[in-house]
Write a protein of this length. Structure first.
Length: 217
C-alpha cells in the first residue's frame, strides 16, 4: 500500500481556499484510485508545527547521546516530521502565495525536515526521488513575461529546497488570478482565472490518479 503525505497551509478553509480546493481534488482522485492506501494529513494552519528552535537546530548537529533533555524533546519532534517525509511514497503540498512567499507555517515545516546529513547535504538524501506535487496558488499572475515575474518567490524557493536540497521529484500545479472574482479591478481577468482554476483541478485529479496507480502497482 502506498502512503501519501498531504500538507495544507492556507489560512482559509474549504472552498474559500484555492490551494485546498485543488489539493482536495488530488487527494480524492488518489483515494478513489487507491482506496487501500494511507493518507497522512497535516493542516499546518490549524495545527502548526513548532518553528525551529535553538535546541532543535543544535541537536541536529551533535551526537544524540549528548543531547540535553530540552534538545532531546525538540529533536524528537523534528524526527517525527522527518520520518513522515521519508516514509511517504508521494507528497502533496498546498502552498498559497502570501506577500510574495510561502506561509510561515510551511516554512516552519521545511525548517524541521531539512536535516543536513540525512534529508539534505548528502549525495543521496533520505527521501530522494519521492514525487512531490505542489499546488502553488496566487492571487495574481507571476508567470514569465508578466509584470510581476521578478516577484515570484514561491516556485523559485521551493525548487531550491524541495528539488535541489531534498532531492524530491517536483511538479507544480499553479492556479492563479484567484483574487479576480473578489477584486473589481481584476474583473476582466475572471475568465482567465476560471480557465486557470479548471486546468488546475483537472491536472490535480489526473496527477493524483496517475501517481496512485503507479505506486500501487
Amino acid at each position: 500500500m502506498a502512503t501519501l503525505l498531504h500538507l495544507d497551509s492556507s489560512v482559509f478553509s474549504g472552498p474559500a481556499s484555492a490551494s485546498r480546493t485543488v489539493t482536495d481534488a488530488f487527494r480524492q482522485a488518489w483515494q478513489e484510485q487507491h482506496p487501500e492506501g494511507t493518507v497522512v494529513y497535516r493542516d499546518l494552519s490549524a495545527d502548526p508545527v513548532p518553528h525551529i528552535s535553538a535546541d532543535a537546530h543544535v541537536a541536529g548537529f551533535i551526537d544524540p547521546a549528548s543531547h540535553s533533555p530540552e534538545q532531546a524533546a525538540a529533536f524528537a519532534a523534528r524526527v517525527q516530521l522527518i520520518e513522515e517525509l521519508e516514509q511517504a511514497d508521494a507528497i502533496l503540498i498546498g502552498a498559497p502565495m502570501y506577500n510574495f512567499a510561502i506561509p510561515s507555517t510551511l516554512k516552519a515545516w521545511l525548517d524541521n525536515v531539512i536535516l543536513f546529513g540525512r534529508t539534505a547535504g548528502v549525495e543521496t538524501p533520505s527521501a530522494k526521488g519521492t514525487p512531490v506535487t505542489v499546488v502553488a496558488s496566487r492571487g495574481g499572475s507571476y508567470a514569465p513575461g508578466t509584470p510581476r515575474e521578478a516577484m515570484e518567490y514561491v516556485q523559485n524557493y521551493l525548487e531550491a529546497v524541495l528539488r535541489d536540497a531534498l532531492g524530491l521529484d517536483l511538479d507544480f500545479i499553479v492556479p492563479e488570478l484567484t483574487m479576480a472574482p473578489s477584486n473589481p479591478a481584476m474583473a476582466e481577468l475572471v475568465p482567465l482565472y476560471e480557465a486557470s482554476r479548471a486546468q488546475a483541478l483537472e491536472s490535480a485529479a489526473a496527477k493524483g490518479k496517475e501517481l496512485a496507480a503507479r505506486l500501487a502497482a
